[in-house]
Design a binder for this molecule. Structure first.
Ligand code: NAD
Length: 481
């Protein structure tokens, strides 16, 4: 990591500070080795971050949209300049493969390009009231200081998907990255400063005490917005706190994506799609295919082809060039998924594929697995797996399929493979998910509105909608008599 040594301080008001609570160790999940001792913030530093965001707010909001846009464009360029180093940091602290980490950096950077373009397209309207005698002028203002809270599974992209629209809208932010993966967010903070983002506009506060830091922010009357990505349980908890102050809230929460294969689908293409939808990032994506519903007519072929692919997956350290699947994030995740697989097998499921685990790995590895003959109410189908395990359920009746798909309280992503596009769209319109890949295993796109139905969240990130999450609408009623 020659040009981008990991930053490990609290980034507040443009300064790098030691932690109020000392330091904590960030580990490499591939071998549990300590990567860095990172500054650990407490409540006082959380407040100092809001002080810095407040001090910078008026000037940033008054900065011309063109200037904000140019700075965001510059961040995009710098992320590409340092893409190798950023990807290496992601590999190290998250564990994902170098290919997945590189793809994440590209995706993460793209939010700066997209929102650089949106920054200069903030519009309003001017109209005449129907009764006459009044003109209405509608305008959009930055919502104010935004508290951003992000998970470990996409250490760069989950942060940039919030920072870029917030800055484009003219907001200043305080960001708490996941304790497991602060290094990437801190590296992005350094690039933001290099690109010309003024001190205090983006403050990054790593901590092992999320309740203390985020709780401090949500109770602070100067904070006007919370945007959270993470589990539904923590999202619900933050929403309750946000309710006390009627805080503007965006929530990107858990998923339980169905992956549907119809009897007329191109089975080989569906298997390719499943490899991406299920195994990208080792299955640790909120959009990961969680339950594979395959029509009985093609189930044998689909299962055989998927098993061949999964048996051949190379598991290892993310940084090794040959690695396709890295470790899980921690020990708890390994125990959890082992329990889900055991439960499925006890309920009659068959393990039809399991990739080999290299013997010399001491990290949090779990072998990519395919399960066939899984019953629809197995825990592995009902719960978010967040690991490289693909449970296959067969179906024959479309109405029954849709009932199974929609009984979940989650509704983030879904995938549908069919040879008939009209049928696919008709089915997709009846699936209660915010995003559906049709003959594609990937839905994430900075130009598209990312978000879920039901308990998968509130609001959208990316697209035109993404910037609106950081704006207040204001209108002036002007006497025109
Ligand atoms: P998590 O909810 O445990 O943690 C997410 C963030 O919340 C972390 O920064 C964590 O430190 C913080 N946090 C935890 N407890 C908190 C508390 N009491 N108060 C304030 N902050 C707190 O989730 P995770 O394990 O990091 O990520 C996995 C989950 O995130 C999965 O459910 C996944 O589906 C979801 N996710 C959703 C999206 C999406 O866009 N919908 C994207 C990625 C991940």
């Amino acid at each position: 990591m020659a040009s981008l040594a990991p930053a490990n301080g609290i980034h507040v008001g443009g300064r790098w500070e030691a932690g109020e609570l000392g330091t904590y160790d960030v580990d490499d999940p591939a071998d549990k080795a300590v990567l860095a001792a990172v500054a650990n913030a407490g409540a006082a530093q959380a407040t100092a971050a809001v002080d810095a965001a407040e001090a910078a707010a008026a000037e940033w909001a008054a900065t011309s949209p063109r200037r904000r846009s140019e700075i965001l464009h510059r961040v995009f360029e710098l992320m590409h300049r340092d893409a190798d180093d950023l990807a290496a940091l992601i590999c190290a602290e998250n564990g994902k493969s170098a290919t997945d980490a590189r793809a994440e950096v590209g995706y993460a950077a793209e939010f700066f390009r997209w929102f650089a373009e949106e920054a200069v397209r903030i519009d309003g309207s001017y109209g005449s009231a129907p009764a006459g005698g009044v003109r209405t002028v509608v305008t959009r203002r930055p919502v104010g200081i935004a508290a951003l809270v992000t998970p470990w599974n996409f250490p760069a992209a989950m942060a940039t998907r919030k920072i870029a629209p917030a800055l484009a809208a003219g907001c200043t932010v305080v960001l708490k990255p996941a304790a497991e993966t602060p290094l990437t967010a801190l590296a992005v903070a350094r690039l933001l400063a290099e690109a010309g983002v003024p001190a205090g506009v983006v403050n990054v506060v790593p901590t092992t005490e999320p309740e203390e830091v985020v709780g401090t922010w949500l109770a602070d009357p100067r904070v006007r917005k919370v945007s959270f990505t993470g589990s539904t349980g923590v999202g619900r908890h933050l929403l309750r706190q946000a309710a006390d102050r009627v805080l503007n809230a965006s929530m990107e929460l858990g998923g339980n994506a169905p992956f549907i294969v119809t009897e007329d689908a191109d089975v080989a293409a569906a298997v390719e799609g499943a490899m991406i939808a299920k195994f990208r990032g080792g299955g640790q994506a909120c959009t990961a295919a969680n339950r594979l519903y395959v029509h009985a007519d093609v189930a044998e072929e689909f299962t055989r082809l998927l098993a061949e692919r999964v048996n051949a997956l190379v598991v290892g350290r993310g940084a090794d060039a040959s690695t396709q699947i890295g470790p899980l994030i921690n020990e708890r995740a390994v125990h959890r998924v082992a329990g889900l697989v055991d439960d499925a097998v006890a309920g009659g499921a068959r393990v039809v594929a399991q990739a080999e685990l290299p013997a010399d790995l001491s990290g949090y590895f779990f072998a990519p697995t395919v399960l066939a003959d899984v019953v629809p109410d197995a825990r592995v189908v009902q719960e978010e797996i967040f690991a490289p395990v693909a449970p296959i359920v067969t179906w024959t009746d479309e109405a029954e399929l849709l009932a199974l798909v929609n009984e979940s309280e989650m509704g983030l992503a879904g995938y549908l493979y069919s040879g008939d596009l009209k049928r696919a769209l008709q089915l997709a319109e009846r699936i209660d998910s915010g995003m559906i890949g049709i003959n594609r295993g990937l839905v994430s796109d900075p130009a598209a509105p990312f978000g879920g139905f039901k308990q998968s969240g509130l609001g959208r990130e990316g697209a035109h909608e993404g910037i609106e999450e950081y704006q207040e609408t204001q209108y002036f009623s002007v006497d025109w008599s």
